[in-house]
Write a protein of this length. Sequence first.
Length: 364
Amino acid sequence: MKPVLRALIIGAAITLAADATFACSCGSKPPVLNAYEGATAVVIVRVLSIEPFNNDDNPELANMKYLSEYGVATLVVEKVYKGGLRVNEQFSLGSYPNAACIWSFRKETAGHRFLLYLRSIGGQESWLVSTCDRSNFLEHATEDLLYLDNMEKHRGKTRVSGQYAGNWKVTLSDVANKTIRFRDKNKTYETKTNADGVYEIYDLPPGNYSLEPEIPKGWQLTRYNSTEPHPLKSIPFKLEAKKHVSLNVSFEPSNTVEGSVVGPDGNPMEGVCVDLLKPDQVDGNLSNCTNEHGVFSITSVPEGSYVVALNADGKLSPEEPFPTIFYPSVTQREKATWITIGNGEIVKGVDFVVSHTAEDRKST
């Protein structure tokens, strides 16, 4: 019998302009149990092929930026955790890129395997996958598989799980066998991360807890907003009966570069942006702007050597009325002094004196 082919090609709910980009705001990923219960089907699939989109019915999409990199995926089911799909059954899945919160497949994903949390449309005649759910490349779905492959054993138990890792800026390589502790008012529990940095613990009593991870030297828990204390030592959470909580433990380097900027008159300059640049960088992602006292502090700096630059893009503004200046107050990059920061270090005294501004040069 031929495999059943189920297709769904999804556009955004609004007309897409050729170069338009639509943001998708999802919040935190749900725990595995929530994603499982909310899905119509949960399967492991392999991508057999990616076919280009047929834009005959919608010419406006033909010139969409990057459209040629995406297409309709033909998938074959390898394992079923939930739902009416069958092993070896094939179906098609795809959405136009920029379709808000809906998965799209790049051509290079052909041959890759995925864990998909599918939602049905039209009585399981077609499917969609939300980018806000837990669908992922199979190699990145370890936390999910630890539960899904052992559901009968752990059904009805509480679970706390997550990933022990660096943040979006930098990778933490040593993630195996790290201790994760859970404290309530009466007792402390603990577990260890596996080789992938994934941890899980079952059957904790319902209640209020703090998660206290082993913090590697030179690193600190990532702080997501300015109201959180720094450095953080623990993550509070509430665990309900028969429910799961997913808490990723994200770290950032504790290395910091601090300094100041003063103007030609000797007064501090506020709003001057300072960048740390690697040898091949023009624009950096490690930066901070001076406060009212002319002081800056760049945190979460990975180990290495950097050139420090004021006004890296060279555009004049009221806050930066001067071209690019490199530490220690030179205008040519090749004459800059490199600063080197090691594991757990704070480099202080990176101070600049801006000798001339554009207004000064006009008046002379």
